[in-house]
Design a protein around this ligand. Structure first.
Ligand code: ADP
Length: 189
């Protein structure tokens, strides 16, 4: 199963990706998590990415494209994967197409998790409070900025993948279990 989860920050991509990992025994490829690990490990890539991420902007396409291409070559991706947070721009989606073609892989579905912007701002504020982990980009001002970045740079992917016949949309405002069921249905028809 090769899936992409698409949706604004706070829509529940990470939560649903972890459930898909359990259900299908496939890895979650989260570019956000990989970048945060690089920051924690103080690698040159992490140091360069930190400032960009903290202000809510996107890390350059060539950086994340490189991360994903390398990750897709690992053995655990042979059975499939769930991409969470990538692609986030049309050039990233085009790069992914090229990578998958080169590696002889194809996508099964792109699941869009839709959500209401105001609810997202409060969800992310709660996530920041509950986890107690300070994520530099989880304060309200940066979240609103990230939502704009999503609208401008990532939302066009909905039409991109609709055009390829891969898009499925689920309502991310429902309870976690309901969303999981909707994804199951969207993927299996
Ligand atoms: P969320 O799902 O809450 O938006 P992520 O963990 O997916 O958070 O991403 C956090 C930040 O990491 C983004 O705001 C961006 O700076 C960077 N990032 C993650 N994935 C990408 C990507 N595919 N392209 C560019 N930047 C990315």
């Amino acid at each position: 199963m090769r899936l992409i989860l698409l949706g604004p920050p706070g829509a529940g991509k990470g939560t649903q990706a972890k459930i898909l990992v359990e259900t299908y025994g496939i890895p979650q490829l989260s570019t956000g998590d990989i970048l945060r690990s690089a920051i924690a490990a103080r690698t040159p890539m992490g140091l360069a990415a930190k400032e960009i991420m903290d202000r809510g902007d996107l890390v350059p396409d060539h950086v994340v494209n490189g991360i994903v291409s390398e990750r897709l070559d690992k053995d655990d991706c042979a059975k499939g994967f769930v991409l969470d947070g990538f692609p986030r721009t049309i050039p990233q989606a085009e790069a992914l197409d090229g990578m998958l073609t080169d590696k002889g892989m194809s996508l099964d579905a792109v699941v869009e998790i839709t959500a209401d912007a105001d609810v997202l701002v409060s969800r992310i504020a709660n996530r920041a409070k509950e986890s107690g982990v300070a994520r530099g980009d989880d304060n309200e001002e940066v979240v609103r900025y990230r939502l704009n970045v999503y609208r401008e740079q990532t939302a066009p992917l909905v039409e991109f993948y609709r055009g390829k016949g891969l898009l499925r949309s689920v309502d991310g405002m429902e309870a976690v279990d309901t969303v999981t069921e909707a994804i199951r249905h969207a993927v299996h028809g």
